[in-house]
Design a protein around this ligand. Structure first.
Ligand code: 13P
Ligand code: SF4
Length: 301
């Protein structure tokens, strides 16, 4: 009897599929993926892919972004209900009304958003590209949606720009409190604090480093420090323990788990590849409208 992993490898070859996994996925999913990425790298890999089928192990906005960047490919999301609550906090009408109030501003849309929201934005960003993108824009006024915490971080780093925020947030990162920080500090007083910019500003004030998922991993691996407190999804600290067993990694709170990212299981990938289940289908007009802002993001160096 072949194992689930062996079945996936066989199906992948047979169907000419590429499997992209986000770092927050379960370890067994990461192990069978062709690439394990943060959300920027996932979009970049998707835009360069030559395989016929892209299997996106992540949440819906990641699969939609892969489809928008590859309209002729089959894009599969193995678990249909893997969503991102932050992406559901904003709709296109919110942006249209912000534009009316700030007609001079450029709209920068975090990739954690629906295609319809990307379609009415000027450019997308991820947590690893937000600073680069806002700096590169000629406009001084920027409407930043939907993550108010990432937007506030950008505003803090680029004071010469006026950042207009929208009140969206990631329920998982936003849940971390200053009390969590202080209690982690008391437990590990010499640890470096590495944080994701989706955390609240008052929490980020304690960070030794702020960056995207891959930025946190790279920083921890390159650092000469021995102990780290990781303020992002628990899978990152778990993964780092395997990558650098000589160092110590602690998650800032044991509540740090994204349930949607944990929905994908090996059996879902098999079913998806066998039956083309949960293919991402979008209207061509929707793809064209959203493509510009995503392609602009991938193009900014
Ligand atoms: P990254 O851009 O760091 O991959 O983050 C994606 C995400 O959903 C964070 O919650
Ligand atoms: Fe969305 Fe937060 Fe989960 Fe990331 S961690 S996918 S922002 S809910």
């Amino acid at each position: 009897m072949p194992t689930l992993e062996e079945k996936i490898l066989r199906l992948k070859k047979e169907k000419d599929a590429l499997i992209l996994s986000h770092y927050y996925q379960r370890p067994d999913i990461q192990a069978i993926a062709d690439h394990v990425c943060d959300s920027f790298e996932m979009a970049r890999r998707a835009s360069l892919a030559s395989a016929k089928i892209l299997v996106i192990c992540g949440v819906r906005f990641m699969a939609e972004s892969a489809k928008i960047l590859n309209p002729d490919k089959i894009v599969l999301l193995p678990t249909a209900d893997a969503g991102c609550p932050m992406a559901d906090m904003i709709c296109p009408e919110d942006i249209l009304s912000l534009r009316q109030n700030h007609p001079e501003a450029a709209v920068v849309c975090y990739i954690n958003s629906a295609a319809s929201v990307k379609a009415v934005s000027d450019i997308c960003c991820t947590s690893s590209s937000a600073l680069r993108i806002v700096r590169a824009l000629p406009q001084r006024q920027i409407i930043f949606v939907p993550d108010q915490n990432l937007g506030a971080y950008v505003a803090n780093q680029i004071p010469e720009k006026e950042i207009i925020l929208f009140p969206g947030f990631c329920p998982i990162h936003n849940d971390v409190t200053v009390e969590d920080v202080l209690s982690a500090r008391r437990a590990h007083p010499h640890a470096q604090m590495l944080m994701h910019p989706e955390c609240r500003p008052e929490v980020l004030a304690y960070a030794d480093y702020i960056g995207s998922t891959s930025g946190i991993i790279e920083t921890a691996l390159a650092s000469t420090a021995r102990t780290f407190i990781i303020a992002t999804e628990k899978e990152i600290a778990d993964g780092l323990r395997k990558l650098a067993p000589e160092k110590e990694f602690f998650t800032i709170t044991n509540r740090f788990l994204c349930p949607d990212m944990k929905k994908t299981r090996l059996k879902d990938i098999i079913e998806s590849l066998e039956t083309q289940k949960h293919e991402i289908n979008m209207a061509p007009e929707e793809i064209t409208a959203a493509a510009q802002s995503l392609e602009r993001m991938v193009g900014v160096r």
